[in-house]
Design a protein around this ligand. Structure first.
Ligand SMILES: [Zn+2]
Length: 329
């Protein structure tokens, strides 16, 4: 393999900070792909023409390729598959792909295609959205009256089985996790369920608590309570798609609670989505720069830094410049 395991790389290079790509879903939307549907940004891959066409005859194929090229040019060394809303439940209930076999083939094709776009020397993350992605509750954390009774493993298993067995993927990313019961479930899975390095990105309110109200102290208590029983493949904890302006203090609070844990941070762009008008409103007045945000993340133990929704290759270039400036010598 042309690249070392990301877990070993981070452990053996304690001063290294890796740059992740930006928000693929919103970036594909900016480039003309209509993503408003239940499988969101995975939609271009559902169409047969994506796979039968060659690059010049499929516009979507070209768009996805160019997006990866632009993130690479901006300095990303870790890139993600566009599979946030591609759970078996979401895909089988909303597209023509209904069997596990077809679903497995779809994911394998997406992963191979993504790998071919980024080359062998970059790390590829198999992106998995939270349970709440299938009913749009990842920013409320409202998982109904009995969130502890949800069978999270059953929900994630088809996607996990594919990603675990795919050597083109280096890391599994559970993103935008808003609920403590879901976090507890993922952290309870041992190496038979999660044999590949993985990270967890939390969906955190701007006031610094998980969307369901759990404090970062309680998150830390949960992790500490697992002690040696914690899955050794749990490589990083962090935050994603959180408020840009509040993200430095949120990450700092996580770092203060669990100083030894490597962190990952990729906030959204700072624009605010109006769910009624379905538009993104510009950044507010007192916006921090990426230079300030990245410096603070690195001071708080971040080892992977990138952007989430509405961040573009331009943002990734600014992140990369700040990482080169502030990473420890
Ligand atoms: Zn996002």
């Amino acid at each position: 393999m042309a690249r070392p395991s990301v877990k070993e790389y981070l452990a053996n290079n304690p001063k290294e900070v890796l740059v992740l790509d930006g928000g693929q879903g919103t970036e594909l939307e900016n480039r003309g792909i209509k993503v408003a549907n239940p499988v969101w940004s995975t939609i271009p891959f559902i169409s047969d023409s994506f796979w039968t066409a060659n690059d010049s005859s499929s516009n979507d194929r070209q768009i996805v390729k160019e997006m990866y090229q632009d993130f690479l040019k901006a300095g990303a060394r870790v890139l993600m598959t566009v599979t946030y809303q591609a759970s078996f439940k979401s895909v089988s209930e909303n597209t023509s792909i209904t069997t596990l076999e077809e679903y497995d083939a779809l994911l394998s094709r997406i992963v191979s295609f993504s790998r071919s776009c980024i080359g062998d020397d970059k790390w590829l993350v198999g992106c998995i959205g939270p349970w709440g992605a299938h009913n749009c509750s990842e920013f409320t954390g409202d998982y109904g009256n009995e969130p502890e009774k949800i069978d999270y493993l059953q929900y994630f298993k088809p996607q996990l089985d594919n990603f675990n067995s795919n050597d083109d993927l280096d890391l599994i990313g559970f993103e935008t996790i808003p609920n403590i019961h879901e976090l507890r479930a993922i952290l309870s899975w041992d190496t038979t369920i999660l044999p590949k390095p993985f990270y967890i990105g939390l969906s955190v309110h701007e006031h610094g608590v998980l969307r369901d109200g759990t404090t970062m102290h309680q998150v830390a208590e949960l992790i500490k309570s697992l002690g040696d029983k914690i899955n050794p493949n749990f490589v990083l904890l962090g935050i994603n798609c959180v408020s840009y302006n509040h993200s430095p203090e949120i990450l700092r609070s996580l770092h203060e609670e669990i100083p030894e844990l490597p962190l990952i941070a990729y906030p959204n762009s700072g624009e605010v989505y109006d769910t009624v008008k379905k538009v993104w409103n510009p950044k507010g007045d007192h916006t921090l720069t990426w230079d300030q945000v990245v410096k603070s993340y690195i001071d708080s133990g971040a080892r992977i830094i990138g952007g989430c929704c509405r961040t573009s290759p331009k943002d990734i270039a600014a992140i990369n410049a700040a990482v080169q400036k502030y990473r420890p010598n």
